[in-house]
Design a protein around this ligand. Structure first.
Ligand code: FAQ
Length: 311
């Protein structure tokens, strides 16, 4: 049963009114948003690592500057998202401590290795492509600071997806070896990209409540289907084969049918046992520890400045 306050809150959400930081909200709404926004922020920050692996080996100066710009955008997205989470009354230090201790999740996709340059293409095309499909609806979610942060993030993500497709296009127009690299990257990133959307609707524990609160406007399976429908024709244009023998067009539904996802693999990655989980976390913890002297210096400087202006 909902209290009168909760009923009024739900009525505002049903009317499409945005909830702002200082408005009353149920504790569970606050907790859900802190969970989702902080995990989203962590994903952006950890998501820099697979691409960072290729900055020094980009094939041309132009590709290198584009990749650097993309990775910087991801840092920016992480910062907006941490700020959005902070409006809910949690500190950035607490959020980072949860990441570094392994308590907080980040997207499963960033626990896979980047083995060759074509992976930069596949990540932009498939991973950023999936991120956009998931995030466009979030621009209309009920929590104002999150919804507003998503607008700029989505604009930047669409540049990221285009740059990824452009890498794939160049490789597919190149030598047979280059085309084979593109196919190999698609083979390795396809299924993990479908897993980004989360468990099936039947297994998704948070979905019903998040839908009621308009944090989620579409279900995990609906968005996953949208990704498949959008991406298959793009793969055809590249002359690449989606690594799914069960994939087929259904003219009646107007959607592609696709094969079963290996949910054991997904659960395994969530438990910390994916190919790169330990390496990713170790890298972030080391970066945090190495930056301690710098954070301390910033605080000491701010204290000194404040003491001077008070004097
Ligand atoms: N990985 O009940 P649900 C990017 C967890 S894009 C890890 O369905 P929910 C851009 C879930 O947290 C990637 N964990 O949960 C970029 C929950 O566990 P919890 C980030 C996952 O929240 C591109 C449990 O499973 N985007 O970074 C995953 O209703 C390229 C049960 O699941 C976002 O975070 C997963 N894939 O729906 C950067 C978007 N899926 O928390 C660099 C915002 C599920 O109860 C390079 N988030 N889990 O312990 C969302 O839309 C939602 O949180 C979902 C999950 C759809 C991800």
């Amino acid at each position: 049963d909902m209290s009168p306050e909760e009923q009024a809150f739900q009525a505002r959400i049903d009317d499409g009114v945005k909830i702002e930081a200082k408005d009353w909200m149920p504790e569970a709404y606050r907790k859900t948003l802190i969970r989702q926004i902080s995990q989203h922020a962590h994903s952006e920050i950890v998501g820099q690592l697979p691409e960072g692996n290729w900055v020094t080996r980009a094939p041309t100066l132009k590709r290198k500057s584009i990749l650097l710009a993309k990775i910087q955008d991801e840092a920016g997205h992480g910062l907006y998202l941490y700020s959005a989470a902070e409006t809910l009354g949690v500190s950035r230090d607490e959020l980072l401590a949860a990441l570094h201790s392994g308590k907080a999740k980040y997207s499963s996709i960033f626990n896979y290795p980047t083995l060759n340059w074509a992976d930069m293409g596949a990540i932009g095309w498939l991973v950023d492509g999936s991120a956009i499909i998931n995030q466009i609806p979030l621009c209309r979610c009920s929590y104002g600071p999150y919804a507003r942060a998503m607008i700029r993030v989505c604009k930047e993500e669409s540049f990221h997806a285009r740059q990824g497709y452009d890498i794939m296009l160049s490789l597919c127009k190149g030598t047979p070896e280059q085309k084979a690299m593109a196919q190999d990257a698609l083979n390795r990133w396809w299924w993990p990209s479908l897993m980004m959307f989360g468990p099936s609707d039947a297994e998704s524990v948070n979905s019903a409540q998040s839908a009621q609160w308009r944090i989620k406007l579409f279900s995990n399976d609906e968005l996953r289907q949208r990704m498949v429908d959008q991406t298959v024709p793009q793969a055809e244009y590249l002359g690449l084969t989606i690594p799914d023998p069960d994939l087929k067009w259904n003219a009646e539904t107007g959607h592609y049918e696709f094969g079963a996802i290996d949910w054991t693999e997904f659960q395994n990655v969530l438990k910390g046992n994916g190919p790169c989980n330990r390496e990713r976390l170790r890298t972030r913890v080391k970066a945090w520890d190495d930056g301690e002297w710098f954070r301390d210096a910033l605080v000491a400087y701010a204290d000194k400045k404040q003491a001077r202006s008070a004097a």
